[in-house]
Write a protein that binds this ligand. Structure first.
Ligand code: FAD
Length: 473
């Protein structure tokens, strides 16, 4: 299924005619083109993560695929490079002085309940995909937050609450439609441009602008999920019990331990406001009675002070993590762990929970993945480190330059305190900015990296897409 009906050339045809000025770009584009000083320019350059700021020379709000090709042609002519943004949850490098292409209006979502697939426009978030798939008892492999961009998420891999049962978001992609940096629209699938298809499934996306993708959907209606809250001081005991609990967990269970400082804000419920907790959070996607029995194995060993696991329509899966929806500043880092034990628990609790002052980090987490994510097809997806099972991520909310520096220092101190439990391989979605830009070599294996670099040299020899993950050698 594809609904990209575009006047721009497909495979083999000539790219769009050159675009040699902003005026010409404005004349030929259907969407809005903005330059500094134009009304709307400042808003258009904002990212969800407001700590990431950018000053592009031109902003193109693509209304259709043709606008994408025109923006690429102009960036190529101007030699300024082009940055792609859907939501700005994971900006890599600000598109300063370049062309900022906003994909958010490429937001078609069409569900085919018979084929169990969805067509997802290149700028859509997961929310509409989830909503329309759930009408048919189907689910996409979204992450914890439906307001994250669907394409940006799968380009980095994509680990959500169905990860152990069904795999990564990248593995669920059946085809991408891509405008290449040389201005062609190509379809990449297992049988069409298979090397590009594999490279986009977990390779960070520095090879083209994805204008849409076809993904597989999975039958999921009701899950059992939520949060168990424990006192912050119990972190080591909770992590020990959790590690034993997940050791033989079936793939139906995807779970994590969270070290959480709830902010002292009015919209945080009273018992949590300004308090710190160790949390066991997760989702059981299987027989609900079996899920309840499985959770009891943990709560019998270590009873929580607040029990908030419940049956949940999957359409409400965002309630499990309750991630902030509105734009906010964030500085974060993350990656893989080689083990989880009391030393690791002490490192995370020590870095996250405040001692005699306000906390520097808002939260940190250790996620249990593996299961179906380990079994994805390595030949058709470059997503790497599949044998690793423990992901970590930590985040602070900077209120200025000084506090951004303090958060960076706290993240560095956390990494140092993890010692040899810190796996130096990378997970693209859990690092931002320059750290993500430099992470490709640690996120895929050597053969995949060579393939991505070969494609980059072929498709983007002048590095038009220079503001994303560095794919060139
Ligand atoms: C609150 C929150 C919750 C999250 N939860 C999870 C989670 O559960 N699991 C997980 O794996 N990750 C998670 N993430 C990380 C998230 O998946 C990544 O940051 C992802 O890259 C965001 O994609 P985006 O399109 O929303 O952001 P953007 O900043 O718009 O894009 C991110 C990157 O993808 C590129 N890109 C986006 N769209 C396209 C396109 N159409 N074509 C080419 N390149 C494109 C951009 O150029 C940029 O380099 C979370 C992030 C946040 C802030």
């Amino acid at each position: 299924m594809t609904n990209v009906l575009s006047p721009i050339p497909r495979d083999g045809a000539d790219p769009v005619e050159p675009v040699t000025s902003v005026d010409e770009l404005r004349r030929r584009a259907t969407g809005i083109v903005l330059v500094p000083g134009d009304e709307g320019y400042a808003d258009a350059t904002l990212a969800w993560n407001v700590a990431s700021r950018q000053a592009p020379a031109v902003v193109v709000e693509a209304a259709d695929v043709n606008d994408v090709a025109l923006a690429v042609a102009y960036a190529d002519h101007a030699g300024t490079g082009l940055g792609v943004q859907s939501t700005g949850h994971g900006m890599v490098r600000p598109a300063d002085g370049g062309v900022l292409l906003l994909t958010r209006h490429l937001d078609d979502v069409i569900v085919d309940p018979v084929a169990r697939t969805a067509w997802v426009g290149g700028g859509s978030t997961w929310g509409p995909v989830l909503e329309r798939a759930q009408v048919h008892g189907l689910a996409p492999l979204l992450g914890s937050a439906p307001h994250v961009g669907a394409v940006g998420y799968v380009l980095g891999g994509g680990m959500g609450w169905l990860a152990r049962k069904f795999g990564t978001g990248a593995d669920s992609v059946r085809a991408f439609e891509v405008v290449t940096p040389d201005g062609r629209l190509v379809r990449a699938s297992a049988t069409e441009h298979p090397e590009l298809f594999a490279a986009l499934r977990g390779g960070g996306g520095g090879l083209g602008i994805v204008v849409g993708m076809e993904i597989e959907l999975f039958p999921v209606t009701t899950v059992f999920g939520g949060n168990l809250l424990y006192p912050a001081e119990q972190a080591e005991a909770v992590v020990t019990a959790w590690a034993e609990w997940i050791a033989d967990a079936p793939d139906e269970l995807t779970s994590e331990v969270v070290f959480m400082n709830f902010p002292p804000l009015p919209d945080v419920p009273e018992p949590l406001r300004g308090q710190s907790f160790t949390i066991v959070r997760g989702c059981w996607a299987g027989d609900l009675d079996e899920g309840r029995a499985r959770l009891a194995r943990l709560t019998d060993v270590i009873p929580p002070i607040v029990h908030m696991w419940e049956e949940l329509p999957f359409s409400e899966v965002a309630r499990i993590s309750n991630d902030p929806v509105d734009p906010m500043p964030a500085v974060s880092s993350g990656g893989w762990l080689s083990r989880v034990d009391t030393d690791v628990a002490r490192a995370f609790a020590g870095a996250t929970f405040p001692v005699g002052g306000p906390p520097t980090l808002v939260f940190s987490e250790i996620r249990h993945v593996g299961g179906a994510t380990s079994r994805g097809d390595r030949a058709t997806a470059v997503f790497g480190n599949r044998e690793a099972e423990l992901l970590w991520h930590a985040l602070g909310v900077p209120m200025g330059e000084d506090s951004a520096g303090a958060i960076g220092a706290a993240l560095d101190a956390l990494k140092a305190s993890l010692g040899d439990a810190l796996d130096d391989r990378r997970y693209l979605n859990f690092v931002d900015g320059e750290e993500r830009r430099a992470s490709l070599a640690g996120a895929v294996d050597a053969e995949a990296l060579a393939s991505i670099r070969r494609l980059k040299a072929e498709l983007d020899p002048t590095d038009v897409l220079r503001f994303g993950v560095a794919a060139a050698s």
